[in-house]
Structures are given as C-alpha cells and as structure tokens.
Design a protein around this ligand. Structure first.
Ligand code: PEP
Length: 251
C-alpha cells in the first residue's frame, strides 16, 4: 500500500515567540513544494498560538509535544486534547523518550494519553525506542514489543490514518548517531508485523512508521529509500529553517 510520508519536527523546549514565528514562516515554501508529503511541526504549547497564526493557510500541520487524556480538569501542567485542537493541532507526540526517561512517564500513562487523544480526534504519534544497553544486550525487539503492546492495550482504530508510530532509538536522539538504514528498516518491518498482529493486516500495511534520531539532510534520502520508513521525526535539525527545509525537500 502507498503510504503518504510525514516529515515531523519536534521543537522541544526551544525558541521564543519571535524566533518561532520566523521559523514557521520560513518553512512554508518548503512544505508547499513537498508534494505528496505531510509536514508537521510541534512547538511548545506556549508558542502554539503564534505559530498557528504564522502557518495559517499553509500546508503545515501543527502538533502538540504531549497531550493529556482528559478534556479538562485538575491536571496541573498538562494540555488537553481540546486545547490542542482549539489551537489548530491535528496530531500529538506521545511517549517521546524525553517524557519516558526524564519525566518517568510509564507505559500505563502513555496508554491513557493515547486513548484520550484518539477519543478526542487527535492523531497520536506514538514514540518508542530502546536504550543503548538494551540494544547491546540483544533486547531491542523485546523492549519494542512491550512498549507497543502496552501502549495499545484496549485501543482500537478504524483505519490506519488514525495513528502514527515513530521508532526513535534512544541512543540516536540528539547524539548525532543515526541508526543505520538497515537497523531502522529491520525494526520498522518488525513493528509493522506487530501492528498486524494487534490490529489487522490492512491497518498494518497502511500505518505510517517514522524514524527519529539525529536525522540530517544528508541522511534523509537513504532513510526514505527504505520500504518501511514512512517519514521522519526530527529534533535538532528541525530548529533551523535551512536544514529542515532540506530534509523536507530531500529528493
Ligand atoms: C526527537 O527529539 O524526537 C529527535 C529525534 O531529536 P534529534 O533529531 O535531535 O535526534
């Protein structure tokens, strides 16, 4: 099945409103010429209004960096799906390695976030990935299977466009060390098979699986050449208009 690639930028806790507005504006031409690709950026929640205004009318999709399951309530420090939707977001990252490892978000919490996002009509980008030690010990597939299965407990989706997966090996995030294209492709095939097992084969063949971890303009083409890599999730290189534009227009 032909899957529409997604090139997503995670701005993390960077930029101020002036820089964010400028970066968003500078990305519009690259996104417009991206053809059959989706381009998404995920600024920090405080920057969303400014960025939403800057990209209005363009092809750029907005995303949240995380999302709570509840519509509203006593959840200090959280952002609800409705709040993200009101600001124009269509997607939200969930389970990013920085949430898992710095803020101790566990699989149960990630499952709740995912369930809430889906219920409210946001497309979750479920991030998963193994630590370096796990890879060294040959535990990569075991860890990924645990992360995927527990994130998807009691979750059902009606079509493959409702959910996106991002494989982000923790040892490759922000380290300059990209997984080889073979390592990434091997994991993506494994995750696609698991999705088939958890949901069904139609969903598995249509679902987008992104790679993330030190993606640069120079590494983009080789990654995208792999059959099961349907786009990328970019951190550092998404903070610079020139490098992210090159990533978007890599071909
Ligand atoms: C990320 O934050 O999801 C990421 C992949 O970061 P970087 O591209 O900087 O490794």
């Amino acid at each position: 099945m032909k899957r529409r690639p997604l090139i997503a930028g995670n701005w993390k806790m960077h930029l101020d409103s002036v820089k964010a507005r400028q970066l968003a504006r500078d990305l519009i031409p690259a996104a417009a010429s991206a053809g059959n690709y989706d381009v998404m950026i995920a600024p920090s929640p405080t920057l969303l209004p400014v960025v939403a205004e800057a990209v209005r009318g363009s092809t750029i999709i907005l995303g949240g960096q995380n999302v709570c399951w509840a519509a509203q309530g006593a959840f200090t420090g959280e952002t609800s799906p409705a709040m993200l939707l009101e600001l124009g977001c269509r997607m939200a990252l969930i389970g990013h390695s920085e949430r898992r490892h710095i803020f101790a978000e566990d699989d149960r919490l990630i499952n709740k976030r995912l369930s809430g996002a889906l219920e409210h009509g946001l497309i979750p980008i479920l991030c998963l990935g193994e630590m370096l030690e796990a890879r060294r010990q040959g535990l990569t597939f075991k860890i990924l299977e645990e992360q995927l299965r527990s994130a998807l407990i009691n979750i059902s989706i009606t079509s493959s466009d409702k959910l996106i997966i991002a494989y982000e090996p923790v040892w490759a995030i922000g380290t300059g060390q990209t997984a080889t294209t073979e390592q990434a492709q091997e994991v993506h095939v494994f995750l696609r098979q698991l999705i088939g097992d958890i949901f069904d084969k139609t969903i598995a063949s249509g679902i987008r699986i992104l790679y993330g971890g030190s993606v640069k303009p120079e590494t983009m083409a080789a990654l995208m050449y792999q059959n099961d890599i349907d786009g990328v999730l970019v951190g550092g290189a998404a903070l610079n208009a020139e490098s992210f534009s090159k990533i978007i227009n890599y071909s």
